[in-house]
Design a protein. Sequence first.
Length: 119
Amino acid sequence: MKKADIILTVSLLLAALLLGGFLLFGREQGQTVEVHIDGKLYTTVMLSQPQTITIDEKSAHCVIEIEDGSVRMISSDCPDQLCVHQGAIHKAGESIICLPQRIVIEIKGKVQGYDILIK
């Protein structure tokens, strides 16, 4: 290996570590949970209020739990159960998706103001 190869390898590893750290620690704690069924908003709830949401619609049957500032899918009628096995999420921008039932659970952060307004 040449000196340039070693420098390039170390630089790429350092960049990967910095990016991973930003992605892991850079997101803010979520504020609200939005549940969408078949692309339509089903409900919006506060992440800080513990509760259980039971969905019993034509195409969707599942139970969602909000507890300790996180949300998870407890049970679902889908065959593969990937949404249940994903576990809890709590950061803004994270989501749980159940494709067979067309359910999307997404965590939203604080509503940010505008940086600049142009007329």
